[in-house]
Design a protein around this ligand. Structure first.
Ligand code: SF4
Length: 488
């Protein structure tokens, strides 16, 4: 099925374009209400939120914006790009807790709970900052545009395919207060973020149609970044000083299938092997059906993190089939065993969905048994909730909220036990880890993050931040792994 993204380029509540419910006309952006010339003019009878907003905004000349991101790593990458675009567009970025002229919510719509969180955030923002312009973009905005438009808090809705024009639209709305800036840094290279890892989105969209998933509608068909651009992008991030580059995509394993000539994720990993020792590459989640022998081999390359995150969803063949997932429990069993046999320290994580329509107690038991028997390191457990526009929406749900809650709780307990065992098994072993910026204030120790996601605290050596080091784990102290750097 060819996915057609919403055709509206921008839908501005204030303009009433196809809008069943308009935002209050009296609300205007903070910039328009209190330009810098209005310093100190705070009406005594102003509502508290407005007065607070004014006090903290009045002394500046540029518009301010805050970005709130929900959802997957692809959304996080999109948010970084939005951040850069906002900066280039002349906005000063603020943390979401502080007053700003505009708040951009980059939403997720993977579950009904994701939509709910977005709505809650909008309500909270509107209460705290009644004059700010609230913009919703991302998957919720793309798939449920009419619903989002209906929310009284929302001023502007921008679909995923229109994100690149969001800043311009926002500037228009705020009355051209933003002053375009030239890109900071040498040779137009924007400065690196204050994080240890760089995220590189190399693929977007998905050609599959899993019964519960709205993402193909939100993101469109699978598209891959050109191979040379990906390899150059990884090198560029390493040149900027990142010790880890995370390759992300909506269906990352399908990378390269749409390119001519066809490429693959395994080829990307082989092409970046020269990084070994200076930096490493991590993959975000990869569909079990997309991991072939070539990718299994590439995952063992020295610069590739021993970490595989599988959106497994269920261990019952009947449910996998109903979900439209193209693999069986046996395929998962073989895959996980093969990955761990090749590289025993590999952390394998799994997303699991409980309560898909028709999931019986026996189906759930099959999932629990599979997860118990496999050397999986951690679990992300979700409860199924129907998404409008998906095939599963038409299925009779049948699993009660209580059953979903108890199945989730059981798997979460299992996940915790598995993670504890995985941590325990790492004691007295050495791991390549990146030295993070985070310190534990109580113990004055420094966090390091191993390729298999173990978080190991070591005696602080601030000059090693952002570098790869070899760490030996000495003990598991409560929930915390403790070790020492043995080679840098
Ligand atoms: S593979 Fe399935 S679950 Fe994943 S994005 Fe595509 S349709 Fe959604």
């Amino acid at each position: 099925m060819n996915v057609q993204p919403l055709s509206k380029q921008f839908v501005d509540v204030s303009q009433g374009v196809g809008v069943p419910h308009e935002a209050p006309k009296t609300r205007r952006s903070a910039s328009a209400l209190w330009p810098s010339s209005a310093v100190g003019v705070i009406g005594l009878d102003e509502p508290r939120g407005r007065a607070e907003h004014t006090r903290q905004c009045y002394a500046r000349a540029m518009s301010t914006a805050a970005l709130i991101t929900f959802g997957c790593k692809v959304n996080q990458v999109d948010s970084r790009q939005l951040e850069e675009a906002l900066r280039r567009g002349g906005f000063r970025l603020r943390p979401p807790s502080e007053p700003a002229d505009a708040y951009v919510i980059n939403s997720c719509s993977v579950t009904a709970a994701s939509d709910r969180r977005c709505r809650q955030t909008l309500r909270q923002l509107r209460r705290r900052f009644p004059e700010a312009t609230l913009v919703v973009t991302g998957c919720y905005a793309e798939t449920q545009a009419a619903e989002v438009l209906d929310l009284p808090e929302v001023d502007l809705v921008v679909g995923n395919c229109d994100k690149s024009g969001l800043v311009e639209r926002l500037q228009q709305r705020l009355g051209a207060k933003a002053v375009p800036q030239t890109a900071a840094g040498p040779a137009g290279v924007s400065p690196r973020h204050a994080t240890t890892r760089a995220f590189l989105a190399i693929q977007n969209g998905c050609d599959r149609r899993c019964a519960y998933c709205i993402v193909p509608r939100a993101r469109g068909p699978s598209r891959s970044k050109p191979f040379d651009e990906v390899v150059a992008g990884v090198s560029e991030q390493v040149a900027r000083g990142y010790a880890e580059v995370v390759l992300t995509g909506i269906n990352l394993g399908s990378y390269g299938r749409d390119l001519a000539p066809q490429r693959s994720l395994a080829e990307v990993l082989h092409a970046t092997v020269g990084l070994a020792g200076r930096a490493r590459v991590r993959l975000s989640s990869v569909e079990p059906a997309e991991i072939d022998d070539g990718l299994c081999t590439a995952l063992g390359l020295p610069h590739v993190c021993p970490h595989v995150h599988l959106p497994l969803q269920s261990g019952a063949d009947r449910i996998l089939e109903a979900m439209g997932r193209p693999y069986s429990a046996q395929v998962v069993r073989d895959l996980v065993q093969s990955l761990v046999q090749r590289q025993p320290e590999t952390a394998i994580g799994a997303d699991v969905m409980v309560g898909f329509p028709g999931e019986t107690a026996a189906d759930f038991d099959q999932t629990a048994v599979l997860l118990r028997e496999l050397p999986i390191a951690y679990l992300h457990v979700f409860s199924y909730s129907p998404r409008p526009g998906t095939a599963a929406e038409r299925l009779c749900d049948g699993v009660t909220a209580e059953t979903k809650a108890s199945r989730s709780a059981e798997l979460r307990r299992l996940g915790q036990a598995k993670w504890h065992a995985f941590q325990q098994a790492s004691v007295a072993k050495e791991h390549v880890a990146v030295v993070a910026r985070k310190r534990d204030p109580k113990t004055q120790s420094r966090l390091t993050i191993a390729g298999n996601y173990l978080r190991i605290y070591v005696p602080d050596e601030p000059e090693l931040v952002d570098h790869l080091v070899r760490v030996r784990v000495t003990e598991l102290r409560g929930p915390m792994l403790v070790g020492a750097i043995v080679e840098c």
